[in-house]
Structures are given as C-alpha cells and as structure tokens.
Design a protein. Structure first.
Length: 407
C-alpha cells in the first residue's frame, strides 16, 4: 500500500511558488539565504520556482503561518499562473497545512517534506530506502488529512473496530502506525548486519568525509580513493554511505563518503539516519569539507558541527578542508562582504595566512576540481592516519618505514 503524497517530482516538471516569513527570530537577511537554498532544493527535485513571496511579521500566524492578506495574494497568483505547489521554507503544523490548502486550494509543502521527497528519490540501497520511508511515515502521521487520499471511506461491518461508518482517517492512522512498527523492525535487522560489517573492519583506521551538502565530498573521495562515487552539482547527490579502501604511500585505511547535512534538516531524518551516521560516529578521523566559495560557508560549518554534536561525533580528530578555492573571491579593501560580483580568486598563500587558517582543527585549502594542493592533502591525511595507526598497531612499522625514493 502506498502512502506517498499525491505527487511525483521525477515526472513532468511542476510549477511552484516559494513562501518565506521573516520574524524576530529570523531576520529578512537570513530568510533570503534560506529561500535561495530552498529554491535550489526545489530545482534538485525537478520543480520550477515561478515566484518567491516574503512577509515580515512579529511571529508566525498560528492558523496560516503567514497573514491572511498574504494568503489571499498567494492564492490569487497560484490561480492565475497555473501553479501546482506552494512550498514554505519552514515546517508547518498539521493545522496550518490544512488551513492553507483550504484557502489556497493547492498542494502545500514545507521544507521538511521537500527534503524528505528528495531523499526518497535518491535512496538506492535497502537501508536508505527503509530509513527514508520510515521518516516519511513519521512525518505524515499527524498530517494525513489532505496529504494522501488513496483509501475510500471505510464502512465497517459487524465486529470491525469503530463499527459502521468508520472514519477513513482513523483507519489510515492505524495503517501508518503498523507500517512504522514494521519499518523499525526491518531497520533494526539491517542495522545489526551493518554493525557486524563495521566490526569486521575495526582493525583498519576509518576516515569519514563529512560536510554540508554539495561541497565536493564525493569528488574528493574519487580523487583520494581513485574510485567512481556518484558526484553531481545537486543537493544530496550522495545519500548512501560509500566506503572505499584507500592506500596513501603504503598505508591502508578506509574512507567513507557520508550523506551531506543541511540547515533545518528534518528531525525525522536525523533520527532515521542515525544508523547510517554510525559510520561517522565510529570513525577515527573526520575530514570536514567546506565550500569556501559559498557566501554562507561559516553558517554551513556551524550546521555541520551542530549535527555532529547531535550524533556524538563532535570531539573526533578533524581536518578542516576548504574546497573550491578556485571560485573564492578576493575580498575588497573594506571588510569582506559577498556582493554578488565576480572578484579575482585569492592566492593560496593568502588563504593560508587568513583568519580561516586559524581554526581549532588542522586546516587546508584545496580545489578538488582543479586539483590544487591535493598532494598536501594526501600528506596531511597520511600523517593523521599514521598517528592513529601507530597507537593501534605499534609494531607494524613496515607499513610506514619507506625508503626516501618511495616516500
């Protein structure tokens, strides 16, 4: 039985408007950043953004999130321009979603549902498919009204729960709860199998690539491991954790490419994907990749560190890798502020003297695409892995005592 909402982003492209609300806890400047990212999310899902609506309020309207006048404005535009979906940047309560659908007469989605659907499209393995399906069911449970209409009204006979005329929504909730229970049992079984696999690899040093989505983790993975992990300029191009055996000089270790993080990541996904994130939590070394060319890269760093703290991996040894330096602009003479203009790229030596190099973790500046400073990254990776390896296997000197002409 399918509980997927009445839509499929992978078919013909849909037209949508995006709605964002600025308030005391989310100023307009921050909202504009989020809306730009939401538009990228929509494009990743195959949705064309026709217009962006914003509003400033002291606090979200508890009934419709935005004000009644803005609701009417959005409804009129959707009717006149053949809009399929209305996408809100923040999570909507079940009642807000129902009220908005009633007023606008269009399918209403929030940021969480959009991310969940992108994950649903990207999932490839049994584990990730089960994780995403579980997260979607848990999201849909309090929002069943209006989100799925696959069941006709149940008319129970003698002996059925609720008697004659049982409400569809009650039946739907029981079905969803039953599916959630079954999915949790299935995921628990998969998790045990994955734990055994990770346990069998415990003797080798394990390195995990982490970072915000679309920062170039898979590209770095392909270069360092000489493999062919799927990499694409889209959000969440990598969903399933990929583990490769890597040898730098003659020192072997395991490298994992993990799912990227994002601001306002749905709680259901964090919970469901904790087993996948075990690869990060159980690793010996983190390679935190940052897209230095992105205007909000500092915010991205905070988001990743916050998620790492949530899964218990914030205190691990870390190398902070600033990627895409070939796209990073040279700051003007005044205090640097992104203005949308193209500036000459900063030189590597200037970056290495900047405030970005003075972090709590060891840092390095590279361009994976242009292959800039990659040899230094390998050397830094080798030194860190060697340090961990010596502590774990103090008598395996043959692995790293190389003649100078081979080093």
């Amino acid at each position: 039985m399918d509980v997927t909402p009445d839509k499929n982003f992978s078919d013909d492209p849909f037209r949508a408007v995006i709605v964002g609300l600025a308030h005391r806890e989310q100023p307009m400047e921050k909202l504009e950043e989020y809306l730009e990212e939401l538009e990228f999310l929509a494009r990743t899902a195959g949705i064309e953004t026709v217009k962006v609506f914003t509003q400033q309020l002291d606090a979200p309207n508890p009934q419709t999130f935005i004000g009644s006048g803005k609701v009417n404005e959005v409804a009129a535009f959707a009717k006149d321009n053949e809009i399929d979906y209305i996408i809100f940047d923040d999570e909507l309560s079940p009642s807000q979603m129902r009220n908005l659908e009633k007023e606008i007469k269009r399918k209403i989605f929030d940021r969480n549902l959009l991310i969940l659907d992108i994950f649903y499209m990207r999932a490839q393995t049994s584990q990730s498919k089960t994780q995403v399906e579980l997260a979607r069911y848990e999201y849909l449970l309090p929002r069943l009204t209006g989100l799925w209409t696959h069941l006709e009204r149940q008319r129970g006979g003698t002996g059925t729960r609720g008697g004659a005329g049982e409400k569809e929504i009650e039946t739907d909730r029981r079905i969803v709860r039953s599916k959630i229970t079954l999915l949790k049992q299935k995921l628990e079984k998969i998790d045990k199998q994955m734990h055994v696999q990770r346990k069998n690899r415990v003797s080798m040093v394990r390195v995990a690539l982490v970072g915000y989505t679309n920062v170039g983790k898979s590209t770095i993975m392909n270069i360092v491991s000489k493999s062919d992990v799927f990499a694409e300029n889209k959000l969440f191009a990598t969903l399933d954790t990929t583990v490769r055996k890597v040898v730098v000089k003659n020192l072997p270790f395991l490298m994992a490419d993990t799912v990227g993080f994002i601001r306002k990541l749905p709680h259901q996904l964090v919970e469901s994907f904790k087993s996948t994130l075990d690869e990060t939590r159980e690793s010996d070394l983190l390679i935190h990749v940052v897209d230095i060319s992105h205007p909000q890269f500092e915010d991205h760093i905070r988001t990743v560190e916050s998620t790492l703290a949530e899964i218990g991996a914030i205190d691990k040894p870390t190398i902070l890798v600033f990627n895409k330096i070939d796209k990073f602009p040279e700051p003007p003479e005044e205090e640097w502020k992104w203005d949308g203009e193209i500036h000459p790229a900063m030189k590597l030596e200037d970056l290495e003297k900047s405030w970005m190099a003075r972090q709590d973790h060891q840092t390095i500046f590279i361009s994976a695409k242009q292959k800039i400073n990659l040899s230094k990254l390998r050397e830094m990776l080798y030194d860190k892995v060697k340090e961990i390896h010596i502590k774990r296997h103090p008598y395996n000197h043959f692995l790293y005592d190389l003649p100078e002409d081979q080093a």
